[in-house]
Design a protein around this ligand. Structure first.
Ligand code: NDP
Length: 333
């Protein structure tokens, strides 16, 4: 990470590929920790939230050296429970090798055994942080009842596509939106009943036809949230997961329907995965990787190869050019 962007991150400016630092794999002191070879890294929407001035408060610390989520292989270890040859998942340096700390709350590295038949990269997508977000939020707040209607924005991403599948499993009618025809097709493939391209179709028109909404899973915020409020059923639950339409702009939007929050008795649940992890993490790892490996739950990856291309991968997620969970393959085992 090199420079705070004013709009979308720009590879070569916001982020640079730096080859000046090397590490002596045989002799670097571990100080009781582990040395990890990075296999895959994740490019996530939240990274844009970390590209900010150090004195602006938010839920993740600002980027200084850049630590994305990733999967790696342990090369050397002085730590109990971390055996060389094992896989770890968590915050790794944005580098080919790192000496990560297991002690960062929630996202500190943890050892995992990949489910047979499931590629380890899935553990940064549907089988990792984004999938956990869907699972924890849905279980904790949706209070879903068969026959209800849910709208999922950002439906084709790792978070949205798992929410669609959880909602279908609970017997709901699912409306989903995404930003390209290919993504619309993927939302249909995972089971959504009504899907539209929000760039070519009016969100308001669709929600007026297909609503009212008992649940809204909000990945994008902005005018889409306003349209969902206008089409909410009485006592609707809004799961406020993200607001990617606002991450790269300081302009804000004119919300016209805020008065309907009280009139329709809407409950808004803003949540962060880190709050819900202690309650749901164990269940998630028992249930979801198996369903992904068996194909019962579908997921899609969009792979960038090479650490030198990760700046572009990070930008792609912000502008919507990713066609699935954006994964940066750094090395083979
Ligand atoms: P995705 O992989 O789906 O990538 C982000 C997608 O957002 C893009 O591909 C793009 O898809 C869409 N997008 C970009 N700009 C806009 C816009 N202006 N309006 C509408 N859609 C836009 O992301 P994830 O599935 O990983 O994450 C989804 C959301 O969940 C994000 O908001 C993220 O910040 C949030 N999140 C929240 C967590 C929490 O703890 N609360 C944890 C993890 C994620 P398209 O082509 O459809 O526009």
């Amino acid at each position: 990470f090199n420079e705070i962007p004013s709009g979308f991150p720009e590879p070569g400016k916001t982020t640079v590929y730096d080859t000046s630092k090397t590490i002596d794999l045989e002799n670097v002191p571990l100080n009781g920790g582990v040395l990890v070879k990075t296999l895959v890294l994740s490019a996530d929407p939240y990274m844009r939230v970390q590209m900010r001035e150090a004195d602006i408060e938010s839920y993740m610390p600002p980027f200084i050296v850049g630590q994305p989520l990733g999967v790696g292989k342990i090369l050397r270890s002085e730590r109990d429970g971390f055996k060389p040859g094992g896989y770890v998942y968590g915050l790794l340096d944005h580098a080919e090798y790192s000496l990560p700390s297991p002690d960062v709350p929630v996202f500190g590295i943890r050892v995992f055994n990949p489910e047979p038949g499931l590629q380890y990269s899935a553990y940064v997508g549907a089988g990792g942080m984004p999938g956990q977000t869907s699972y924890y939020g849905w279980k904790e707040y949706a209070n879903a009842k068969a026959g209800e209607t849910v709208f999922v924005s950002g439906g084709a991403g790792p978070v949205g596509s798992l929410v669609i599948q959880l909602a279908k499993q609970d017997g709901l009618k699912v409306i989903a939106s995404a930003g390209s025809d290919e993504k619309v097709q993927f939302c249909k493939d995972v089971g959504a009943d009504v899907v539209f391209n929000y760039k070519t179709t009016s969100t308001l028109d669709i929600l007026r036809q297909e609503g009212p909404l008992n649940i809204y899973w909000d990945n994008v915020g902005g005018t889409t949230l306003d349209a969902a409020i206008e089409n909410a059923a009485n006592h609707a639950r809004f799961l406020e997961c993200g607001a990617i339409s606002q991450y790269n702009s300081k302009d804000g939007v004119n919300m016209k329907n805020l008065d309907q929050i009280y009139a329709r008795r809407i409950t808004l649940y803003g949540f962060l995965i880190s709050d819900l992890a202690p309650k749901w993490e164990e269940e998630f790892y028992k249930v979801i990787p198996k369903k992904l490996a068996s194909g019962e739950f579908k997921f899609r990856e969009d792979i960038t190869t090479g650490l030198e291309n990760s700046g572009q991968a990070i930008r792609d997620v912000q502008i919507g050019a990713n066609t699935g969970k954006k994964v940066i393959v750094v090395a083979q085992e």
